[in-house]
Design a protein around this ligand. Structure first.
Ligand code: BGC
Length: 504
């Protein structure tokens, strides 16, 4: 029965992949990998001297916030199974592996006063294991998982004192792990973190906006502090690169030609955190400053709720990146909307929707691959063609192993990346999100982005490669993006059979 199923799948694959005969070679040095983050995969939430992070605290206190009351307490148990994970990554031929460091695991008080030996050792072991297997570690310092203790002390990122806490933490990480890490990112998705995760309790629009603007303001300062620390104290010995990760949707006008709305959407969501670091002028986009000042005045506030950078900070932050880390998933239609007294979109004055003709992934995001190259071209044009590392792109698909839609998705998005590269965009890496099925924040384990299936009911968290991981392995070994190639079909079939046998 399963064999017949396998043959049907191979047949479908031939169809999906034969649609486009374009074959694009991966340029020299172009790095392809897969990504993870600490809270989403590590588990081991209370081993050794690890402190509680905000997710541990929140989900233990209010489990129902997460789908099915799921938590990351065990997650994929990668804390214990990292060697197996690295072997899977090696077997796939990944060039790089992206992971993040859990601040609460390495500095349980948040400060360098106590450095967890076990915590540091875990990351040293992981890095050594990756390097031993020829995989480049791409390390993120902060992926949504602050220390609860620091949040209790400061109130979180709206408080400027977080800047120095982060600076100290980053210095310890550069010192301890930097000799073997060539690729650092400070924060994952400042914009998403500050808008959606950092201040979940703020319910009135003014405080919610204010908190998210203040959060990004301080995160950008903290990023710049870490960059300068690396630059001044470590770069000449360690020779690595350091940058910031920004998530950007691609915006399409709902009414043809309404570029005013799409520009506003880009400014309020992407340029908000990109301009201070990556624009020539530094600081926030003018449109944002104007609109927020106007709205604040109209609401009777004495000053704009968007904080202002002093000239000193503008200069200190501007240019603090060796590359742009870009995460891209979402394409959205944009249209203007009237102010309606306290809705989240009021400052920007635009709203978003899906085009009904778009195919959607399981999480409800449109599959519009052309957006990837359009976004890369826009960034190249507007920001003087910075080196771009795509650090997340992928699809949630509710299919245990036969994830054909994921292959089609990855193929079409990677093709657009390579086309943008051919057109002169300086894009240097592509990272599939994600390596493993994992704890997908408030969606729990119900949304699955992984190339590798994880059985969350199994105490051993058994990993099984999905079909997409076989496809990735093939294109990596061929060195080019193959939609389909005659002599691969056999390998595909064999690999697939092996997967299925392993399931029996
Ligand atoms: C985050 C990941 C998350 C992914 C899919 C990104 O915003 O960095 O942690 O799993 O989106 O939702």
């Amino acid at each position: 029965m399963q064999m017949i199923f396998a043959l049907i799948v191979v047949h479908i694959l031939r169809g999906v992949l034969a649609q486009d005969e374009l074959s694009l070679a991966f340029p020299d040095g172009f790095s392809i990998g897969a990504g993870t983050s600490a809270y989403q995969i590590e588990g081991a939430w209370n081993v050794s001297d690890k402190a509680e992070n905000v997710w541990d605290y929140l989900l233990h206190k209010c489990p129902s916030l997460s789908n099915n009351n799921d938590t990351g307490d065990i997650a994929c148990d990668s804390y214990h199974k990292y060697k197996e994970d690295v072997q899977i990554a090696k077997n796939m031929g990944l060039h790089h592996y992206r992971f993040s460091i859990s601040w609460s695991r390495v500095l349980p008080t948040g400060t360098p006063d106590i450095i967890s030996k076990d915590g540091i050792q875990y990351y040293k072991n992981l890095i050594d294991e990756l390097l031993k297997n020829g995989i480049e570690p791409f390390v993120t310092l902060h992926h949504f998982d602050d220390l609860q203790l620091l949040v209790n002390k400061t109130g979180g990122w709206a408080n400027e004192s977080m800047v120095e806490y982060f600076a100290e933490y980053s210095r310890v990480m550069f010192r301890e792990l930097g000799p073997k890490v060539k690729f650092w990112s400070t924060f994952n998705e400042v914009n998403i973190f500050c808008k959606w995760f950092a201040y979940l309790n703020e319910t009135t629009p003014d405080t919610a906006y204010r908190a998210s603007y203040l959060c990004a303001h301080n995160v950008l300062k903290a990023h710049a502090r870490a960059y300068h620390i690396y630059d001044e104290e470590f770069r000449s010995i360690q020779h690595g690169q350091i940058g910031l990760i920004i998530s950007s949707a691609y915006y399409i006008p709902k009414t043809a030609g309404d570029t005013e709305s799409t520009d506003i959407a880009f400014d309020f969501n992407t340029a908000w955190v990109m301009n201070p670091v990556y624009s020539k002028k530094g600081g926030y986009p003018e449109v944002m400053k104007q609109r927020i000042a106007e709205n604040s005045r109209a609401e009777g506030l004495v000053s704009s709720r968007l904080p202002e950078f002093s000239d000193k900070w503008i200069n200190y932050i501007q240019g603090t990146a060796d590359y742009l880390g870009l995460n891209h998933y979402i394409t959205t239609l944009v249209e203007p909307v009237k102010k309606s007294n306290g809705r989240w979109y009021d400052d920007a004055g635009v709203i978003f929707s899906n085009d009904p003709s778009w195919k959607l992934t399981a999480i409800g995001w449109g599959v519009v691959p052309e957006s990837m190259s359009a976004l890369l071209r826009k960034i190249s044009k507007d920001y003087n063609n910075p080196p771009v590392y795509i650090l997340e792109n992928g699809a949630s698909e509710i299919a245990d192993f036969m994830d054909i839609d994921r292959i089609a998705y990855l193929y079409s998005y990677m093709k657009e990346v390579l086309m943008a590269k051919r057109d002169g965009c300086d894009v240097r890496a592509y990272t599939v999100w994600s390596f493993l099925d994992n704890y997908e924040w408030f969606n729990g384990y119900a949304q699955t982005f992984g190339l590798i299936h994880v059985d969350f009911k199994d105490p051993n968290r058994k990993r099984t490669p999905k079909l997409s991981s076989h496809w990735l392995k093939i294109i990596l070994s061929e060195g080019k993006l193959l939609p389909y190639k005659e002599n691969l079909l056999e390998d595909y079939g064999n690999e697939l059979e092996k997967t299925i046998e392993a399931l029996d």
